[in-house]
Write a protein that binds this ligand. Structure first.
Ligand code: FAD
Ligand code: NAI
Length: 468
C-alpha cells in the first residue's frame, strides 16, 4: 500500500467520507483512517440511520394500532416483535456502511482501520486493534473525528439501564418506564420510538422549554402534540442523582432553581443532554492544534487549523452537529484543497427533528430576528386547511414563513407536519437563491400535496392565502 498521500482523512463519518470521495474525484490520492470496524461514523452506525429506521418502524406500528382501522383496514391489534424490528434497523445500517466501503473502493481510496494520531504535521500514525502501528504521510490532513455523548458528572452510562442514544437504539425489551434527561433532538426522537412501542416516557429538561434553538411558537405547539401522544415533560427540572441498587432505577428530580426533590422510578434512563467533540488520542496538543473552551477545533473560513496542512470539519468544529453540515464541509474543504472555491452557507442549514409530526426549519427563528432588530412579516398556514392533510387525517402542524418586512426576502421557514423534513428542502433552495416570499407564492405547487401549505404560507405573508 502507498504510504504517501495528497490527503489523509481521519474519521469516516459523513464529514470524512464525503471529503475523501470529493477529493478523489478531484484527482487526489486519498487515505481514510477509521478506528471502528465499519465506515460511516456516528451517523450511519449509531445515529441518523438506525434512529430513523426505528422511528419509521415504530411509526408504522403506532399507525397500525391507531390509524389503519379509521381507513377501513382491519388487521387487528399489532404485535411487536422487537428482535425483528432491531434486525430491520441493523439491515439498514449494514446496507449504508457497506455503501460507503463500496464508494471508497470505487474512488480508489485507501482505507486503514485503527486509531489515527497526528505525530507531526503531515504524518499520521495508525494504531491497529492488534497493537501494531504504521505511519503514513499526507500533504494535507483533514480531522473529521466527530463527537461523543456528553455525560452528567457522577452518572455512569452502563448502556443497559442508564443509556446514551447508542444504548437506546439496542434495548432488548421495551422499558415499562423510560426517563429521558434532555428534551433535545435525541430525547424527543428516541423518546417517541419507545413511547410508540409501549413505554411510559417522562422527559426531564433543565430549561423551561423543549428543543432550545428552535422557534418558540413551534416548540409550544409540538410540546402540546407530544403531550397529547402521551409523553410527559418536567421542564425547569434537573436530575440530582440516580440510584441503581434496586430492581428499578431511582431518579431524584428537583426544580432547576432548587426546591423539593421528587423520586421517580424508571426501568431505563436515557441521557441525552448533548454531544461533545471527539478529539481523544488524536495528538492535537503535541501537534499544537488550537481548540476552544468546548474542545472544538478552531478553524478559519477555509477549515484550516492554526497548524499548516491540518484542517478540520464536522462535529469536531463549531456549528450545528448535523450530518449534512459535516458533508457540505467535507465537500468544501476538498474543493479548497484542489484550488477550487469550496463554500458552506451557514445561514441555510436545514434542521429536522424526525418525530411525528416532523419539525423542520431553515434560517432564522422569530426570536433571532427580534434579537437582531430585523423587521419581518409572518405568513402562516395550518395543515388543517390543506386538502391532502385533511384527506390523510394528518392535520397536525403548520408552515410559517418569515420574510423581511422591506425586501420580502425569505429569512426563515418553519414547518411542523407529516413529512416536514422533505418539505424543508424547497425552502432551503428558495433561500439559497435569495427568494422573496412572493417567489414561493407564485411558484406552481402540485395538488394535492402537503407542499401547497408552503405556497399558502408564502401567500399569507401578504395576507392573501386562498384556503384560509
Ligand atoms: P462522526 O459521524 O462522528 O464520525 C467520526 C468518525 O471518526 C467515527 O467513525 C469515529 O470512529 C472516527 N474517529 C474518531 N477519532 C478517530 C481517530 N483518532 N482515528 C480514527 N478514526 C477516528 N444528524 C443529522 O443531520 N440528521 C439526523 O437525523 C441525525 N440523527 C442522529 C441521531 C443520533 C442518535 C445521533 C447520536 C446523532 C445524530 N445526528 C444526526 C448527528 C450526526 O450523526 C453527526 O452530526 C454526524 O455524524 C457528524 O459527522 P462527522 O463526520 O463530523 O463525525
Ligand atoms: P440537544 O443539544 O439537542 O439537547 C440536549 C437537551 O438537554 C437540551 O434541551 C438541554 O437544555 C438539555 N440539558 C442539558 N443538560 C441538562 C441537564 N443536566 N438536565 C436536563 N436537561 C439538560 O442534544 P441531544 O438531544 O443529546 O443531541 C445531540 C446532537 O445530536 C444534537 O444537538 C444534534 O445536533 C444531533 N442530532 C441530530 C438529529 C437530527 O438532526 N434529527 C437527531 C439526533 C441528534
Amino acid at each position: 500500500m502507498q504510504m504517501s498521500y495528497d490527503l489523509i482523512v481521519i474519521g469516516s463519518g459523513p464529514g470524512g467520507y464525503v471529503c475523501a470521495i470529493r477529493a478523489a474525484q478531484l484527482g487526489m490520492k486519498v487515505a481514510v483512517v477509521e478506528k471502528d470496524d465499519t465506515f460511516g461514523g456516528t451517523c450511519l452506525n449509531i445515529g441518523c440511520i438506525p434512529s430513523k429506521a426505528l422511528l419509521h418502524a415504530s411509526e408504522l406500528y403506532d399507525e397500525a394500532g391507531h390509524m389503519l382501522d379509521k381507513m377501513g383496514i382491519n388487521v387487528g391489534a399489532p404485535k411487536l416483535d422487537l428482535r425483528a424490528m432491531m434486525k430491520f434497523k441493523d439491515a439498514g445500517v449494514d446496507g449504508n456502511v457497506k455503501g460507503v466501503a463500496f464508494l471508497f473502493k470505487k474512488n480508489k481510496i485507501d482505507t486503514m482501520h485503527g486509531i489515527g494520531r497526528i505525530v507531526a504535521p503531515g504524518k499520521v500514525e495508525i494504531k491497529t486493534a492488534n497493537g501494531k502501528t504504521e505511519t503514513i504521510e499526507g500533504k494535507a490532513i483533514v480531522i473529521a473525528t466527530g463527537s461523543d455523548v456528553a455525560r452528567l458528572p457522577g452518572i455512569d452510562i452502563d448502556e443497559q439501564r442508564i443509556v446514551s442514544s447508542t444504548g437506546a437504539l439496542v434495548l432488548a425489551k421495551v422499558p415499562e418506564r423510560l426517563l429521558v434527561i434532555g428534551a433535545g433532538v435525541i430525547g424527543l426522537e428516541l423518546g417517541s420510538v419507545w413511547r410508540r412501542l409501549g413505554s411510559e416516557v417522562i422527559v426531564v429538561e433543565w430549561l423551561d422549554r423543549i428543543l432550545p434553538g428552535i422557534d418558540n411558537e413551534v416548540c409550544r405547539q409540538v410540546q402540546r402534540i407530544f403531550e397529547r401522544q402521551g409523553m410527559k415533560f418536567k421542564l425547569s427540572s434537573k436530575v440530582a442523582g440516580i440510584e441503581t441498587g434496586g430492581k428499578k432505577v431511582k431518579v431524584t428530580v428537583e426544580p432547576a432553581a432548587g426546591g423539593t426533590p421528587e423520586s421517580i422510578e424508571s426501568d431505563v434512563v436515557l441521557v441525552a443532554i448533548g454531544r461533545v467533540p471527539f478529539t481523544e488520542g488524536l495528538g492535537l496538543e503535541t501537534a499544537g492544534v488550537k481548540m476552544d473552551n468546548k474542545r472544538r477545533i478552531i478553524v478559519d473560513a477555509r477549515f484550516a487549523t492554526n497548524v499548516p496542512g491540518i484542517y478540520a470539519i464536522g462535529d469536531v468544529i463549531a456549528g450545528p452537529m448535523l450530518a449534512h453540515k459535516a458533508m457540505d464541509e467535507g465537500t468544501a474543504v476538498a474543493e479548497l484543497l484542489a484550488g477550487q472555491a469550496g463554500h458552506v452557507n451557514y445561514d441555510v442549514i436545514p434542521n429536522v427533528v424526525y418525530t411525528y409530526p416532523e419539525i423542520a426549519s431553515v434560517g432564522k427563528s422569530e426570536e433571532e430576528l427580534k434579537e437582531a432588530g430585523i423587521a419581518y412579516k409572518v405568513g402562516k398556514f395550518p395543515f388543517t386547511a390543506n386538502g391532502r392533510a385533511k384527506a390523510n387525517l394528518q392535520t397536525d402542524g403548520f408552515v410559517k414563513i418569515l420574510a423581511d418586512a422591506k425586501t420580502d426576502r425569505v429569512l426563515g421557514v418553519h414547518i411542523v407536519g407529516a413529512d416536514a423534513g422533505n418539505m424543508i428542502a424547497e425552502a432551503a433552495v428558495a433561500m439559497e437563491f435569495g427568494a422573496a416570499s412572493e417567489d414561493i407564492a407564485r411558484t406552481c405547487h402540485p395538488h394535492p400535496t402537503f407542499t401547497e401549505a408552503v405556497k399558502e404560507a408564502a401567500l399569507a405573508v401578504d395576507k392573501r392565502a386562498i384556503h384560509m
